[in-house]
Design a protein around this ligand. Structure first.
Ligand code: ATP
Ligand code: MG
Length: 549
């Protein structure tokens, strides 16, 4: 399921980035479009990343180009196979396949040569100011910076010191390599930014070969240039870094047709956390079940929750690509999920907070099978049979002893249709000692078999036959994060509610990962972690009705 076809992205909605690409193809600046998705393997991907994935991979498909998966691993850190595996699983689950899988750390040699090149051109210098001093010298938005006293070292001295940095002769933070640009630039990023620092740490890929590591703003444009990336798409917060991006590829000068950085607004969705760091905190503090908790915005979470890759791709396409930050309503995402599922999945009859119904005039011990359609909107999905008998369960919401206005379901004296079976009238409510309902005594009209009669009934409800009912666990999800009084998002411990229900017998065949509409209730998926042959556990995916307009 879910694999992307080229056709899908041939029809991808255009955006300002595609306008730029169209122009570049027209002028002959590029003949092939190459993009990349560059995650740092320090956590699980979330739906914000999905937007970037759809944009980068989708654009490559649209233009018959290529898209690389590149791990941005220039910070020395232990390799975490869990993160790497999850990233690849998530990209593939979304339906995309990378052209090449690459590691930024494989380019350390070229980055080092690029640094040497800058030094030789008099465009970089070794600086011995402390990190605090560098910050102090940098100036502010309103004040220009101050030049480092080490700025005018000779090229020879710089080469020698940089060599010593590489050889491990300096402590972390005692020395660094800086680009020599302009300390009075209105753009603080251009005020002689640090491009290499000393870090005595083992790197998962290069081991102890290096004790100097490139800074992101220096490394990223080089990574893009080496791969021949034509359009380097990133989020808006890098807009102010673009002059430095351009400066690096231009001044190093190794690449005749350097890449172009284009920024777009990151995806924000109400109630959803889009920061890996915060997500990691929720996981580490065990406030959630793990990175794949169905309430999380992680791709692993929404996959387990039952969202489909088709719906995510459609959502990412529909919301477009913007230059202005905004926050989308979660209901818009939910509506895409609902739209996708409503024509795909079969329904099953499930009741929660069940109430026992006894059909007094129905023969004891007899069971008959009632045909019902699997999906009212898609006849091609066929039908199945649900058993009907003397003892049934109905949903707690489908009975009111004292009916509210416009309540057309079951109440004493009222007749309703039991879906696919008969017209049923409620005659008597029998209570337990504590006042709760023990059972409803009802009668059926044999002339209304199949649920059709010569008179109108206003309500149709579903039921589950008691002797064949299968008990299922149901996990209802609210939003993980709730706005507190200050309008800040806060973890809501009540975002998971575990309940149970009775389901028609065919639910016993449900496989982990299978999705259904629980008739009249919502969409559910058999949880891939908790469902066993003996016990079915369902996650609520999304309700039936939208609150989004
Ligand atoms: P963090 O959550 O720590 O800020 P990150 O989201 O920047 O990390 P990366 O692994 O660096 O994580 O991101 C990979 C790519 O995904 C980057 O190109 C980044 O711009 C993009 N991306 C990340 N978050 C979003 C988002 N909310 N919307 C769109 N693109 C995003
Ligand atoms: Mg990042």
């Amino acid at each position: 399921m879910g694999k992307v076809t080229k056709e899908e992205y041939k029809e991808m909605t255009g955006n300002f980035i595609h306008d730029i690409i169209d122009e570049d193809l027209k002028t002959g600046k590029h003949t092939e479009i190459i993009t990349r998705f560059p995650p740092e393997p320090n956590g699980y991907l979330h739906i914000g990343h999905a937007k970037s994935i759809c944009l980068n991979f989708g654009t490559a498909l649209k233009y018959d180009g290529r898209c690389n998966l590149r791990y941005d691993d220039t910070n020395p850190a232990k390799e975490d196979m869990e993160y790497i595996n999850s990233i690849e699983e998530d990209v593939r689950w979304l339906g995309f396949e990378w052209n090449e899988r690459l590691w930024a750390s494989d380019y350390f040699d070229t980055m080092y040569e690029a640094a040497i090149e800058l030094i030789k051109k008099g465009k970089a210098f070794v600086c011995e100011l402390s990190p605090e001093q560098i910050k102090e010298y940098r100036g502010t938005l309103t004040e220009p910076g101050k030049e480092s006293p080490y700025r005018n070292r000779s090229i020879e001295e710089n080469l020698e010191l940089f060599e010593k940095m590489k050889a491990g002769e300096f402590e972390d933070g005692s020395i660094c390599l800086r680009a020599k640009i302009d300390m009075s630039s209105p753009n603080i990023n251009m005020r002689d930014p640090v491009i290499y620092r000393v870090v005595h740490e083992t790197h998962h890929n290069t081991g102890d070969k290096w004790c100097i590591y490139p800074m992101y703003d220096f490394a990223h444009p080089i990574e893009d240039a080496i791969e021949g990336i034509t359009h380097s798409i990133c989020t808006l917060e890098f807009e102010d870094h673009r002059p430095l991006y351009d400066w690096v590829v231009r001044e190093v000068g190794f690449w005749p047709n350097p890449p172009r950085q284009i920024e777009f607004a990151r995806l924000n969705i109400t109630t959803m956390i889009m920061s890996k760091r915060y997500l990691k905190r929720l996981v580490d503090e065990k406030l959630v079940e793990g990175w794949d908790d169905p309430r999380l915005s992680t791709i692993a979470g929404i996959r387990r929750r039952g969202y489909t890759p088709e719906a995510i791709r459609k959502f990412c396409n529909d919301i477009g690509v913007s230059k202005a930050d905004s926050t989308l309503d979660i209901a818009q995402l939910e509506s895409c999920i609902r739209d996708d599922l409503q024509y795909k999945v079969e329904s099953r009859h499930v009741v929660t907070n069940p109430i026992k119904v006894i059909i007094d005039n129905y023969p004891e011990g007899e069971i008959e099978n009632c045909p019902v359609e699997n999906n009212g909107k898609v006849p091609e999905l066929g039908g199945r049979e649900v058993p009907f008998g003397r003892e049934l369960w109905i949903d707690g919401d489908d009975f009111m002893e004292i009916p509210a206005k416009k309540y057309f379901r079951l109440f004493p004296g009222n007749e309703v249709r039991f879906k696919g079976a008969y017209f049923i009238t409620c005659n008597e409510v029998v209570k337990n000692e504590d006042g709760s309902i023990k059972e409803l005594h009802c009668s059926y009209d044999p002339a209304t078999k199949g649920g059709d009669g010569d008179r109108k009934v206003k309500g149709t409800i579903h039921f589950v036959e008691a002797s064949t009912a299968v008990k299922v666990k149901i996990r209802e999800y609210g939003y993980l994060m709730k706005e507190n009084e200050e309008g800040k998002l806060e973890f809501d411990p009540e975002s998971l509610k575990e309940t149970w229900g009775y389901a028609e017998p065919s639910i016993a065949d449900a496989k982990a990962g299978e999705r259904f509409q629980f008739f009249r209730k919502g969409y559910y998926i058999a949880d891939t972690k908790l469902t066993t042959d003996d016990e079915k556990v369902f996650n609520s995916i999304v309700g039936l009705k939208s609150s989004w307009k």
